[in-house]
Design a protein around this ligand. Sequence first.
Ligand SMILES: [Fe+2]
Ligand SMILES: [Fe+2]
Length: 196
Amino acid sequence: MATKTSETNTATTTPEKKITVGNASVNEKEMKDSSLHQFFVSALKDIYFAENAIIDALEKMQEAATTEELKDAFEDHQLQTKKHVSRLEKVFKLIDEKPEKKECEAIKGIIKEGEEIIKSTKDGSMTRDAALIIAAQKVEHYEIATYGGLAQLAITMGHDKAADLLEKTLEEEEDTDYTLTEIAETYINFDAEQED
Ligand SMILES: [Fe+2]
Ligand SMILES: [Fe+2]
């Protein structure tokens, strides 16, 4: 009968820095080689690409929006998104990795949907704003899922400072999602419903 072998030999031989994760003290090199760490870094590169793409998308959505209120909301969130990019750069630094972008097909698809909304709705219409809000909320929900998961992983892996930064961004994405709902429900959806 085959017995499963476990890789326990590296911990005793490598004189690298130890870091404390929960109750366990693990070797830093060992952690960097782990599948979970590699996934964490890969997911950070994915959202780093996404945030940069979102900065450009918000610019186009701001120009296309009908109401000043929505234009302002997109402009405010574009400024926040620039902060999200620099926070991610800090996270990379904290875990001793280089900030690199990994092409993210998901965000490209969601952004493309927003571009199609601009093409298929009338300039100056409230229907455009109602549709743009939903497109923007799809972006926010993608970010909320990503930052929520990554913040939890960072906590699990003992990257507390990185977790704080990811949670700060998560809060701003959630606030933006809430603000967009408020804008839609205040009058935009009602006005859009009156249009031909
Ligand atoms: Fe963001
Ligand atoms: Fe966002």
